[in-house]
Design a protein around this ligand. Sequence first.
Ligand SMILES: Nc1ncnc2c1ncn2[C@@H]1O[C@H](COP(=O)(O)OP(=O)(O)OP(=O)(O)O)[C@@H](O)[C@H]1O
Length: 336
Amino acid sequence: MEPIIKIEHLDKWFKVKDMDVHALDDISLDIYKGEIYGIIGMSGAGKSTLVRCLNFLERPTSGDVIVDGKNLAKLSNKELRATRKDIGMIFQHFNLLMQRNVLDNVCFPMELAGVKKKDAREKALEYLKIVGLEEKAKAYPAQLSGGQKQRVAIARVLASDPKILLCDEATSALDPQTTKSILQLLKEINQKYGITIVIITHEMAVVQEICSHVAIIDHGKLAEHGLVSDIFTAPKSKEAKKLIYQGYEHVKEMKGKRCVRIVFSENSSFEPVIGNMVLTCKAPVNILYAHTTDLDGVAKGEMILQLPEDRIIGDQMIEYLKKAKLAVEVLEDYVG
Ligand SMILES: Nc1ncnc2c1ncn2[C@@H]1O[C@H](COP(=O)(O)OP(=O)(O)OP(=O)(O)O)[C@@H](O)[C@H]1O
């Protein structure tokens, strides 16, 4: 199967006064139909530039973007416009037309495409129903909450029947509860219509909530990519580790101490493992953090243990946990 988005050796340079900024540095990535692909990185990493290169809002300096078999660099302007119709986009600040009501906002792209007014309204109401906002059809954007505005933007993008939906920090202006409901809606859309979704975010929680795959971008380079559950269980790059650990509330407690992070499938019997480890090594451990996360339908448990000060006993414990086939990561290098 061919990927629906193929990014090959993508490079983007910006010239700012007499300085050259290397915003994207040799990025190659395959995204397949039906995936929810997260692109995550710190501020300035190059995420927005990358997503804007996917529909040629930004032209890459070199490299190729192939969407549904079409190399965007080789298309005429007309062909590019036609291909862009397959790629919808939603934004952090929703980009609604403030002087139009909700229904007219959703109708707008259909009007531009020449759909008859009556048909457009019917379709728009259908999409408003899907996003749960039928009763707000006559309201104006100023009368809506942030979450409702993003729902309108989602209904509007669905009205163009996209194959791909790009979400640029689409939940960054929303509170955690509203974020969850918008992510749930995106997941439903992905499952119901088979739309491939690319999500740009700086929050690992967003990736963990709905993405099947993730690419970690750091200083314009691809640091690591793959299945979210694999990277969560055993992050390899320093950037992936940083992103996964940045959410821990107990980071302060871990500072200066020797801690390990273990990850296990929820149904595996980890409790006897910890208990037996303590009995075998004859030293107690401190549980600093324990949490279960649902990653794309796979329940994963994670725990952060503070090891005894005695290094030899600590080493024995690490060995014990590894022998028990748990994913074990020593945290001392990355905390703080
Ligand atoms: N139009 C532009 N002109 C000049 N430099 C730019 C332009 N757009 C982006 N850059 C630079 O490219 C780099 C990557 O920026 P980009 O906006 O893609 O990062 P980001 O990961 O999306 O960051 P954020 O999360 O803060 O939006 C930054 O150094 C930025 O200053």
